[in-house]
Write a protein that binds this ligand. Structure first.
Ligand code: SAM
Length: 255
């Protein structure tokens, strides 16, 4: 997968050289291109922002440097088109499902902003001919979109074939479409079997795969009920077996 990122802080992306994503790049699974937005600003101060029309506090990122920068990235490959991802708190929520959708794309272009965001005409211009997604990583406001891009690239990158040591890990993750859709993963343990008086649940030492799978699902349901009850409401009833229903009824979450 090719990833382009245009930012006024390309140095912010140093963490993409570390760990799983760094290794994926070394192995050619992920091809990351960083671009300095100011390279497309033509005044002596390399200005990329201006006062907002309509008044109000803060500055807005000018359309011209963004347009030139995006055009230059698009020109890198005449035969392909990237999916453009614009991080913004006013976008659609970034979810595991969206991460999987992005992981299936050959080319992503991220446009992290600063100030009050990018002049909206940039999204209108490219949205008329390319796929442009305005995406939020959560209900809070960051100082800039770079951290949001790091989050998304890590979530997408680990889903690319060959990046995770065991592809099965992603299937068992919280939120993974399938059995874990709208569920949080339960607690996990490793050796030793007892630590500071805390014992590993006996069932995990039993070697009984069926019972362990059942226990894990119960714990996932319990944890989801405790931390994110609103997710349970979104569970597809068709995916609940008799045991799930009994547990949810015990938790007071089923009539
Ligand atoms: N005035 C904007 C608003 O209220 O929607 C917030 C601008 S924020 C200070 C500057 C930039 O940080 C945004 O344009 C976006 O690129 C990024 N950003 C901030 N919070 C974000 C979030 N929750 N998800 C994704 N990007 C975010």
């Amino acid at each position: 997968m090719r990833i382009d990122i245009i930012s006024i802080f390309p140095e912010y992306f140093a963490p993409l050289g570390v760990s799983l994503i760094g290794k994926a790049r070394e192995r050619g699974i992920l091809d990351v291109h960083l671009h300095q937005l100011r390279d497309w600003a033509h005044d002596v101060h390399r200005t990329v922002d201006d006062t907002p029309y309509g008044g109000g506090p803060g500055m807005v990122m000018k359309p011209e440097p963004w347009g030139e920068a995006i055009d230059a990235v698009l020109a890198a490959d005449q035969d392909a088109r990237p999916r453009i991802i614009v991080p913004t708190p006013s976008g659609v929520p970034f979810t595991q499902r969206l991460a999987m959708e992005y992981a299936a794309e050959p080319w992503l272009l991220f446009t992290p902003a600063r100030y009050e965001g990018i002049d909206s005409r940039v999204m209108a211009e490219y949205g008329s001919r390319l796929r442009v997604d305005e995406v939020s990583i959560g209900d809070y406001v960051l100082a800039g979109g770079e951290a949001a891009v790091l989050v998304m690239v890590e979530a997408v990158g680990r889903l690319l074939p060959g990046v995770l040591g065991n592809a099965r890990s992603a299937v068992d993750d919280s939120f993974a479409p399938g059995e874990m859709e709208n569920l949080l993963e339960g607690p996990v343990y490793t050796k030793p079997p007892e630590w500071r008086g805390h014992e590993v649940p006996e069932i995990l030492l039993s070697g009984h795969h069926g019972k362990i799978a059942r226990w894990r699902r119960d714990e996932a349901l319990r944890r989801t009920a405790r931390n994110r009850a609103e997710l349970l409401a979104a569970l597809d009833p068709a995916t609940l077996d008799k045991h799930d229903r009994r547990l949810l009824a015990e938790l007071g979450l089923l009539p």
